[in-house]
Design a protein. Sequence first.
Length: 478
Amino acid sequence: MIRCGSGLTLPLRFLLDPNSSVKLFNLTRYLRLTPFDTSSELGRSDERYRLAVLSMAANVVSRGISMLVIVLTVSLTIRYLGAERFGVWMTIASFVGMLTFLDLGVGNALTNKVAQAAAQDNPEALRRIIGGGLGFLFVLGCAVGALLYALASVLPWDRLIKVQDPVVHAEILNTVAVFSILFGFNLFTNGVQRIFAGLQRAFEAHVVSVAGSCFSLFALWIATRQEAGIPFLLAATLGIQSLANLGLLLILARRNLFSVSGIASHTRTEARHLLNVGGLFFILQVGTMVGWGADSLIISSTLGAAQVAAFSIVQRLFQFVTQPLSILNAPLWGAYADAHSRGEKPFIRKTLKTSLIGTSGLCLAGAAALVMLGERLVEIWTGNAVNISLVLLAAYGSWAILDATGNALAMFLNGCGVVKPQVFTVIVFVMLSIPAKLVSINYYGLEAMIVVQALIYLLITSVAYGAIFRTKLRQYCF
């Protein structure tokens, strides 16, 4: 349940309120660059909403460009790559989600620690935390990249990703090598983004992300005109988008929040604490990697890479519903952390309630529309290169609703530092879901695997947060 999400509260408050036309004016008061007076609890609440609205607006543009990249990625490449090579690309690209745990939970621990230091108005501590966190992630990224590169040459890729063409097997080896280098670099640049989330200035990170997506789109267009291979396509997407995040370092340096001077000592000072705090996040990320990120690999190793193409396209289709909700939820991590540090429970209670109700309701409506229209949309999108069944759309739609609602809850849990209950829930989910998914996909197919995953997730989450940890969660709101 450890994902990044945002400021759903304000927009959904107006969507769900019968007097929304009257209150729309109140929403516009947050669309301003001038901060609110934060000397009172009401002022601090308004400032959190202002930053959330700015982040939401910037993220809308950022994700819109990202969605355009996704659309063009499919329509421009699948015709010349074919279903098998496209499935290989999507499988390797999915490793980003699977391997995020390799930052050892430091990125998420850094978000909370930055938020706490910012709430305490301690600039010196804030500079030390930022410098030490980024220094540690740079060293870690180099080590991880080197390790993955070494592993890429010895793993049995012919068994992990089944392909019919032996030429494609050689391309897999080259692509995995490129991925290893890019992923190590991405660990570091993702840490820069996590700092801006902790500062509640995620909107600035989104603006930089827009620039990166535009460059990525241009590079993708050039690559496809040359019918470039999978390694070049991976570099044009993941590589350029990661590189753009370095611009955020310049912003931090200009505000005197980051400097390479003294970074070695700051890294030594902060490393132990970040690892201690990040330990639980690390376990949580490993569970998330196995429970959520391994689906493409499970499909590829059992049904073949061609089936990954169908799954990936449906997954990306539903991102047109889940990604906007993620946009609305993402800034809430930092907002919850700030409110929790100050003990302002009314803000947490009000925000959490609206976030959960709004996320589930909007995702239900969006998923229903995609189930009805999805087959035709995929035909147009892929030029009939991939066929999608109604059953697959319905199965993934049910999973998307549960996953999006869980993401909204995760923002509250992460922001308030409630990690142990998440670790318990994810471990139980992984222990039950992985065997169930392997059995169901082997005997009943892809659709059954997704349905089984959704049912197990619903059962475990309901029991854990509705019964076992209910009292513990209430203390953060009441």
